[in-house]
Design a protein around this ligand. Structure first.
Ligand SMILES: NC(=O)c1ccc[n+]([C@@H]2O[C@H](COP(=O)([O-])OP(=O)(O)OC[C@H]3O[C@@H](n4cnc5c(N)ncnc54)[C@H](O)[C@@H]3O)[C@@H](O)[C@H]2O)c1
Length: 348
């Protein structure tokens, strides 16, 4: 590929986009955002992206905390580079703060200059929920749309996934809730009630009861290692959105049809598929990617559980972040930091 460099470039400027602006740009746009995220995901799957491994900063004295860097470059019409830098400090929740906090830096493709810093916890939750809603749709096409949903681990990500399912036309006869924290379960139920859910909401004390009574099971816990081991809990062949990636034992993974977002990415960082790979020494248990399902190359059979494990791709953050940037710019509401780039003449 030949890169044509412009002979003159506009003076670079840099904007800061707050969480309030991000939320305003995305609110109520669930269907178009699912389409945007699917388009970016398809581009990635077609090779029109650069999405290196996520880089994990961990702390020997605080094993539950981490900060992850996700650099990426998205091609196609969007054409943007950037980096999401996202912290996960699960104990924040006890202090009344969300677990995750993040920024997204967008870089110009021609000059490399960063041109925006966006609050990105909302962007990250949005792209995660959008791809989860997309997977729920594609993976249930041959087995009938689930009417009973169960959420295991009900923090911010579970709330966004419910919002995206609802905003893309899903309605449920029953909603099950399970969390190791009664406060989280109560908070999520209060959120569900505010959304005007019509069917019954049941809080299950045991994950087994929730799984057995749900056709769509959403895992959004912060479990660091598998806590669900019994294959028989999945005898009714549910669709499982394994968003938190480390809940299921290798036995359950191996007894299911496994769909991932990106095979190489998913076989890392001790996710449940990674544990299954370590156990078996191969990746034969992975039926394919969500892109394979979208393109009709893989059709998950209805007589097995189907587990979607999305590692989470930086290119999807870029797609949503650039959409937000463009919306804020179009509204004339960019908060440009005057003089951010200062040394612009090479010899002074
Ligand atoms: N795959 C992706 O692309 C992606 C993207 C974003 C977040 N995530 C993951 O989603 C998960 C949830 O994130 P969040 O921001 O909602 O976190 P959160 O802290 O707000 O909520 C997590 C909830 O899980 C509960 N929990 C912990 N262990 C549990 C267990 N064994 N059984 C039942 N409940 C349990 C906690 O009590 C808490 O209420 C995290 O693991 C995060 O890494 C994945």
């Amino acid at each position: 590929m030949t890169i044509t460099r412009p002979s003159t470039v506009a003076a670079p400027h840099f904007s800061v986009i707050s969480g309030a602006q991000v939320q305003q740009a995305l609110e109520g746009k669930e269907q178009p955002i699912v389409e945007l995220v699917e388009a970016a995901y398809r581009l990635h799957s077609a090779g029109a992206s650069v999405n290196p491994d996520s880089y994990f900063l961990r702390f020997p004295d605080r094993p539950s905390d981490r900060i992850i860097a996700l650099p990426a470059s998205l091609g196609g019409e969007t054409r943007v580079n950037g980096l999401k830098w996202i912290s996960s400090f699960p104990h924040n929740v006890e202090a009344g703060l969300p677990r995750a906090s993040a920024v997204l830096i967008l870089n110009d493709c021609d000059t490399g200059y960063p041109f925006a810093c966006l609050e990105a916890s909302i962007i990250s939750a949005t792209r995660t929920a959008a791809l989860a809603a997309s997977a729920a749709d594609w993976l249930s096409r041959d087995r009938g749309r689930p009417a009973r949903v169960g959420f295991i681990g009900v923090g911010l990500i579970a709330r966004y996934i419910h919002t995206f399912l609802r905003g893309t036309g899903w309605a449920f006869d029953e909603i099950g809730v399970h969390d190791t924290s009664t406060d989280s379960a109560a908070g999520f139920c209060a959120y569900l009630e505010r959304t005007g859910c019509s069917g019954p909401i049941t809080v299950h004390d045991r994950p087994e009861d929730l799984i057995r009574s749900s056709d769509l099971v959403v895992f959004a816990t912060v479990a660091g290692e598998p806590h669900v081991h019994d294959v028989s809990w999945f005898d009714h062949n549910p669709v499982v959105l394994h968003v938190s990636l480390r809940d299921l034992s290798p036995d359950i993974v191996l007894a299911s049809t496994n769909i991932v977002d990106d095979v190489d990415h998913c076989m890392k960082a001790n996710t449940s598929p990674h544990l299954a790979e370590q156990r078996t020494g191969n990746r034969d248990f992975v039926a394919g990617t969500l892109d394979d399902v979208m393109a009709g190359r893989v059709r998950p059979p209805a007589d097995r559980p189907v587990v979607f494990s999305p590692f989470g791709l930086g290119v999807l953050d870029l797609a949503v972040g650039k959409y937000v940037y463009d919306e804020v710019a179009r509204a004339g509401e960019l908060q440009v930091v005057d003089g951010f780039f200062h040394e612009l003449r090479r010899y002074g």
